[in-house]
Design a protein around this ligand. Structure first.
Ligand code: BGC
Length: 731
């Protein structure tokens, strides 16, 4: 009896202590520590100090322990209670202070996720929440992406973080990928241009950009173990060009290694990727951090491979392990010095940088930021079908039916690391209601929990808006803990059965309808697309999405988004995809290159999206611009032959029909978004450098340019009928 009583007392004490520790840690170090160097310690102004030589000096003064301290985020024992405390009691993402050294006056760096807004997850401190990456890619507007990332970076700084775990530039190989919504689509060129815009904007605000996940991370559920086989050409031409462009042109401070294996080696300890390609071939000078938890499994291999920092906690990169590796001669002190110097040199630049803006809390949710969230939503929605239905009529005592549970929930996408807490989210229903607020029109909502009630609504309204799709439960980062499973890959690309039934049934009773799809990637619409006259991809459209949706449906905004992926007629034509497999081979062809090469029918081509305007392409002229660096100018006219002012995404493709090596039919090599008022003609021009049409010769291990005739195609989508063409001959 006494033992039982003692046990209860002990359990009670342990529980109370744990709660007290957690509570004590809640506010510890959250947003309190400065990330900038202390000006009082220096005679010169800090941004005038040569941080390269300072880093070398600091390194020479460091003990081995201090060096190792630069190689991980925080110590688990200190960090986990802080993390848990903040998460459980304040529902927010605590700051991890990496690399702080008080003795040598080195401030720490702090990571914030952010593919669709700074990841603060603090109820009080909500931030501007944008449409997801895939939506923004559909805008095909890199200037807009730049502005979006300026806002994200500013709000990160205001939240006292200076390291952005964004952009995600993994290639969409198969639309079932759970994290598809975070990235920019299936095409390496599009990915590279968007990634570059994001990185440049982030770095402008002295935030370290960290593109992720390097590399070949395009399956979610098995990301911790999957081993991806890939041949050299596929690697260089398909899965890495966007990383290369972002690294070489954007010069991000950092890069995040992926969890998965490539050719039998985990990415965090993959010498080929981290040293051979990244540093030797591409000249990367920053530091590589692991993806969070289980990013590396073998300290020696990771050190030899060139992995600088283990995140978020010290595990493999611990003192005992590293000391004994040095003692046994398996690694050298110089290996450690090299890694630490990369990190110090890079991050001291930011700690000693000059800020032209005061990044304070008032910046967060500035009205210009919110405005941009709405513009991003407006520019990204893609109208993929419209049989003379949209834009809807605005006036006339209309009855407007809005149907579907997703019309009435705050649905901004994934609840994993790309989550961002908005102060409010305008749902589709709220946006539509608000749009008609001061009119005689009446909005009738039905959540479709009972199909018969939904049918009644359909029968009795003038316009019908059916909202279907997914939430964070169906797709996103895979969180699989006991009793709580969300996100992950989509096994089926179909909508949920209820949604399909809803569309099929309602479309029998009302033909003045639009299906609005909410989600992060392609879907299989074969069971219902022929039954409905119009379909709009609205994506996870951020905090202002509902407002943007209403403006598009009623023609205040002319849709201008284009698909950043292709949807084949037969879904089985996508490459093999298995979220539970341990091994997979990524082939040379996927997306439009696959469908075009093997003559597969495409329902919705890459780059396709309708507008209320009609555009006509003409007068294509190709001329050699600069003989010394082999640049061509491709110019043409686009005429808006409709009564609507509109925006068009002009696309440039290069065709390889005459190639002696196996190559895609064509590849995207440029795009521009242009405003063209009704009845006006705009001249558009692209510059094409011959290096951008080279192929990677794996035998010779170099890029080569074939001396053949290349087809130059410009137009409004990748579909042949939408393109006009000419040639460049290098024969
Ligand atoms: C994700 C990363 C993210 C990191 C930190 C990981 O689970 O894969 O994309 O940056 O968590 O939140």
């Amino acid at each position: 009896m006494i033992y039982k009583f003692l046990k209860i007392i002990i359990a009670f004490l342990i529980l109370s202590c744990t709660i007290i520790i957690l509570i004590l840690y809640i506010n510890k170090d959250y947003k309190t520590i400065s990330l900038k160097a202390n000006q009082n310690l220096f005679k010169k102004r800090i941004w005038e100090i040569n941080t390269d030589s300072l880093s070398e000096k600091i390194l020479s003064q460091m003990s081995l322990e201090e060096k190792i301290d630069q190689m991980y985020g925080e110590k688990m024992i200190e960090s986990i209670p802080k993390f848990l405390g903040n998460y459980l009691f304040k529902n927010r993402f605590a700051h991890i202070y990496a690399g702080k050294n008080d003795r040598l006056n080195i401030p720490p760096w702090v990571l914030s996720d952010g593919p669709r807004g700074a990841r603060v997850l603090d109820k009080k401190n909500a931030v501007t929440t944008f449409p997801v990456g895939m939506a923004r890619a559909s805008s095909w507007n890199v200037d807009l992406e730049y502005k979006v990332h300026e806002v994200i970076a500013k709000e990160m700084r205001a939240n006292k973080t200076n390291y952005a775990a964004t952009p995600c530039i993994n290639l969409l190989r198969h639309p079932g990928w759970g994290r598809a919504q975070e990235t920019y689509g299936e095409d390496p060129w599009l990915l590279g241009e968007f990634g570059l815009a994001a990185v440049k904007a982030i770095e402008k605000h002295n935030v370290m950009a960290c593109p992720k996940h390097f590399a070949l991370n395009s399956i979610e559920n098995s990301r911790w173990k999957i081993d991806v086989s890939v041949d050299e050409r596929t690697l260089r031409e398909v899965y890495l060009p966007h990383f290369k462009k972002v690294i070489q042109k954007g010069k991000p401070a950092s890069l995040m290694s992926a969890y998965n294996q490539v050719r039998g080696e985990y990415c965090g300890s993959n010498y080929e990727l981290l040293t051979k390609i990244l540093r030797e071939d591409w000249g990367f000078e920053g530091f590589v951090s692991t993806d969070w938890i289980w990013g590396i499994y073998d300290a020696k291999k990771a050190i030899k491979a060139g992995l600088n920092v283990e995140m978020p906690w010290q595990d493999e990169y611990n003192y005992n392990k590293i000391k004994s590796l040095i003692k046994s001669g398996e690694i050298l002190i110089s290996d450690i010095d090299k890694l630490v110097l990369n990190t110090l040199k890079t991050r001291l630049k930011y700690a000693f940088s000059y800020d032209s803006i005061d990044y304070n809390d008032n910046l967060i949710l500035d009205s210009s930021h919110i405005n941009l969230a709405r513009i991003a939503a407006e520019e990204s929605m893609v109208l993929i079908k419209n049989d003379k239905i949209l834009p809807f009529k605005k006036n006339g005592n209309l009855k407007i039916g809005v149907v579907g549970k997703l019309a009435n929930i705050k649905n901004t996408g994934d609840r994993g690391s790309s989550d961002s807490r908005a102060p409010y989210v305008i749902t589709p229903l709220e946006g539509i209601k608000d749009y008609h607020r001061n009119t005689k029109n009446k909005v009738i909502y039905n959540d479709a929990s009972n199909i018969n009630d939904a049918i009644e609504v359909a029968k009795n309204v003038d316009q019908l808006i059916i909202v279907v799709g997914y939430t964070y439960k169906n797709e996103g980062e895979f969180i699989d803990s006991p009793g709580y499973q969300i996100g992950g890959d989509r096994i089926s690309l179909k909508l949920e059965e209820n949604d399909e039934k809803l569309i099929q049934e309602l479309s029998k009773f009302n033909k003045n309808l639009v299906v609005v799809y909410v989600g992060g990637s392609a879907i299989d619409m074969n069971n219902w697309q022929d039954k409905v006259p119009s379909i709009l991809f609205s994506w996870y459209s951020g905090m202002e999405g509902g407002k943007a949706l209403a403006k598009i449906l009623y023609g205040d905004i002319n849709p201008s988004g284009k698909l950043p992926f292709s949807i084949p007629k037969n879904i089985s034509d996508y490459p093999y995809f298995n979220p539970f497999t341990d091994t997979i081979t990524y082939g040379y062809y996927h997306g439009y290159t696959l469908f075009e090469k093997f003559g597969k029918e495409i329902s919705y081509p890459f780059g396709f999206g309708l507008s209320y305007s009609k555009f006509h392409y003409k007068n294509l002229i190709v001329s050699e611009l600069n003989i010394s660096d082999s640049t061509y100018q491709i110019s043409f006219d686009i005429e808006n032959i409709s009564k609507y002012n509109g925006k068009e995404v002009a696309q440039l493709y290069v065709g390889f029909n005459e190639s002696k090596v196996d190559r895609p039919v064509k590849l995207l090599r440029g795009f521009k978004k242009i405003s063209i008022p009704s009845k006006e003609i705009k001249n558009v021009s692209f510059k094409l450098n011959i290096n951008d049409i080279s192929w990677y010769n794996p035998e010779k291990k170099k890029w080569e340019i074939e001396k053949i005739k290349y087809k130059i195609l410009v137009g409004s989508s990748s579909r042949n009928n939408d393109l006009i063409h000419s040639y460049i001959s290098l024969e």
